[in-house]
Design a protein around this ligand. Structure first.
Ligand code: ATP
Ligand code: MG
Length: 652
């Protein structure tokens, strides 16, 4: 089907309006308020975004809100001078937030650290002065390979403060992956650590960096943070290149004026998760990204001064950038940052943290929610989760049954759930409920945020019920390009609809209420007997079965049908695989969707191939099923999963 239309096979009708109590206190309450603001944001974006930007500090106001003269290389708040670090920290020092906890950090072994806004300011300034003393200058790229310790958040903010461009590499990547990124960004400096704790094991990070930068000429200095209270890590220092962080900052002044930066000065580069192939170095700049993450964090998480906000994402991913560091801090929130694994020392660790700190807002990913379901209800039920008032999810479509579990078991049926759809490229959340506004539906990211002109269209750009998701107007945090590859930026995101609309690469449907449902990546859409179906709907049927924790469905070549389906299914803890269970699953699919969607093969597996950020890599499953050499595997979390699936698949 050339039109790129997709067949809708599931209809979810349950709705969950926000409670009156929630609505009464929310920043934005009720559909009328949303509609009025949304209308304004679309009809008069310049005024809308100027007002949002005015809530933040600018050393010099912008001349122009939006500039599309070099389309699709858009600019926002041109001529304006600002500083994102200043807005996240300094802006809060003159009032009641000065001594408020900005970061509450907990290490995996149970050690902890609380930094007030004043503390954070001091530490960032010392860090920034230390970097300057090494010769770091505005525009220099700094690769950051640090575990989830406070110095990681500080490193981002210190770079932003002096106009250095940070690029965080998730601290689980191999030496080769670090090297690829360091070379791609031409990094002059690397900030790393001696080690970290993961599931009780000491991880030695520095050795990986040593291997990665060996013979790499662009790297001049490596700053090494010593993980507090630990001598468990082995770490060697190279004379002339490596510098201990604690020595570097010891005698630095605790004042470092924030650089007055151009709104369009580069803020960071971040490589995408690599679900579909080679990661792309996405560029974001100071002003637009700042305004957009500030406003989305404020309204989507309904942040209030008394909230304790816990985003479980690693800062190595865009979610950690926008909604652990920049967005919440720009709103003077109190953020929880946790170093380790969710299942250490046991499967209840996140719930311990919620109870211990009285977390009110909890933001995580569907992959984590499915793991919680797999582990069983006893873990959350053994903790006091009554402080929670709002839940969120991001990263993949959430299966309606996983949504219901989250709603009941974690949210006690009283917390709204914000399912936020967005990408590294979009900088901030694009589709999401507003918790005091939107009646949510399990599995739907619901409605566009202010200023976001989202639509579902076919290949001709005409609106349709199910097809390609598109955004028809630029927004302040839109990526500014792919580092070093402007052509790839154009050909990836502006390849359709005469380059007028942004193409995110995801399929979606819209329902009668105008709600958006992400159906999966367009590349993953399966085509069976003339039906084009998104993976999200197929997989959600499997997750509905009480024995199933997770599933991935792919289309494979079939001589007669063109394509047929193979389903990979993970079972909940304690459930045995059996032929009867396969039969039950097939019957469920036949009943919910139709006989044509019953797969050729069901493969039970203890795990699925995922990126290090926890997303299912369906393209690798297709490679396995069709007996091809595997494509880019550098972002795969656990290579052994693929090996065992390969064996299983050929035996089956
Ligand atoms: P790559 O672009 O390298 O393949 P990636 O797309 O996984 O990697 P990210 O930018 O981290 O990298 O992920 C964005 C993608 O995640 C979206 O395009 C979408 O497919 C998926 N996604 C994120 N949030 C949601 C959500 N709430 N519902 C459905 N899908 C989501
Ligand atoms: Mg992507």
């Amino acid at each position: 089907m050339d039109s790129q239309e997709i067949n809708v096979v599931l209809h979810e009708n349950r709705t969950f309006p926000p409670s009156k109590a929630f609505q009464d206190k929310a920043h934005i309450s009720g559909m009328d308020a949303y509609n009025a603001l949304y209308k304004k944001s679309i009809e008069d974006p310049d005024t809308f975004w100027a007002e949002a930007a005015s809530e933040l500090h600018w050393f010099k106001p912008w001349d122009k809100v939006f500039d599309d003269s070099e389309k699709p290389f858009f600019k926002w708040f041109t001529g304006g001078k600002t500083n994102l670090c200043y807005n996240c920290v300094d802006r809060h020092l003159d009032g009641p937030n000065r001594n408020k906890a900005a970061l509450i950090w907990e290490g995996e072994p149970g050690d902890s650290r609380v930094l007030t806004y004043f503390d954070l300011h001091r530490e960032i300034c010392k860090f920034a002065n230390g970097l300057k003393s090494l010769g770091v200058q505005k525009g220099d790229r700094i690769a950051i390979y640090l575990p989830m310790i406070p110095e990681l958040a500080m490193a981002l903010l210190a770079c932003a403060r002096i106009g250095a461009v940070h690029s965080v590499i998730f601290a689980g990547f191999s030496a080769d992956s670090i090297k690829d990124r360091v070379l791609d960004m031409d990094a002059k400096f690397v900030i790393t650590g001696d080690g970290s704790w993961r599931r009780g094991k000491a991880l030695n990070l520095k050795a990986l960096v040593d291997e990665a930068v060996e013979g790499v000429d662009c790297v001049e200095k490596v700053v090494v943070v010593k993980r507090e209270q630990s001598d468990a890590f082995t770490c060697s220092m190279k004379e002339g290149r490596d510098v201990w962080y604690h020595k570097l900052v010891k005698d630095q002044s605790q004042n470092c004026p924030a650089e007055e930066l151009d709104s369009e000065d580069m803020l960071f580069l971040l490589y995408t998760s690599g679900t579909t192939g080679k990661p792309k170095g996405i560029i974001h700049t100071q002003g637009g990204y700042m305004v957009y993450t500030y406003l989305t964090a404020k309204y989507i998480f309904d942040l209030k001064p008394e909230d304790v906000y816990f985003c479980t994402a690693d800062i190595g991913w865009v979610t950690g950038h926008s909604y652990l560091v920049y967005g919440p801090l720009a709103n003077a929130a109190t953020c929880i940052m946790y170093e380790g694994a969710p299942n250490h020392p046991d499967n209840g660790r996140f719930w311990d943290i919620v109870e211990k700190y009285g977390v009110t807002i909890f933001y995580t990913a569907p992959t984590a929610i499915r793991a919680f379901m797999k582990w069983g209800d006893k873990w959350p039920q053994g903790r006091d989760l009554s402080s929670l008032r709002l839940l969120g999810t991001v990263g993949e479509s959430i299966n309606p049954e996983a949504w219901m579990w989250y709603h009941k078991t974690i949210g006690a049926e009283k917390c709204p759930i914000v399912d936020t759809w967005w990408q590294t490229e979009t900088g901030g959340a694009m589709l999401s409920p507003l918790p005091g506004v939107t009646a949510t539906k399990p599995g739907s990211a619901t409605l566009p945020f202010f200023g976001i002109d989202a639509a579902v269209v076919n290949e001709d750009g005409k609106e349709t019920e199910a097809g390609l998701l598109t955004i028809r107007k630029p927004w302040p945090a839109i990526m500014r390009g792919i580092y070093g590859d402007p052509e790839r930026y154009k050909s990836t995101y502006w390849c359709k609809w005469d380059g007028e609309y942004y193409f995110p690469g995801d399929g979606a449907k819209v329902d009668d209420d105008g709600y958006f449902w992400i159906l999966g990546r367009v590349d993953d859409v399966v085509n069976v007997s003339g039906h084009r179906i998104g993976t999200a709907e197929l997989e959600s049927v499997y997750v509905e079965h009480p024995s199933t924790a997770e599933s991935a469905v792919i289309g494979i070549k079939h001589e007669i049908k063109g394509q047929c389906l193979a389903s990979f299914v993970t079972l909940k803890d304690g459930i045995e695989e059996s032929e009867d269970l396969k039969k039950e699953l097939n019957e469920l699919v036949a009943k919910k969707i139709g006989k044509f969607a019953v797969p050729e093969k069901i493969i039970f597996t203890s795990d699925l191939p995922k990126t290090r950020s926890g997303k299912i890599m369906r393209r690798l499953l297709r490679d396995i099923a069709e007996g091809r050499a595997l494509g880019n595997v550098t972002t795969l979390a656990d290579p052994s999963v693929v090996e065992s699936l390969k064996c299983q698949y050929s035996e089956d």
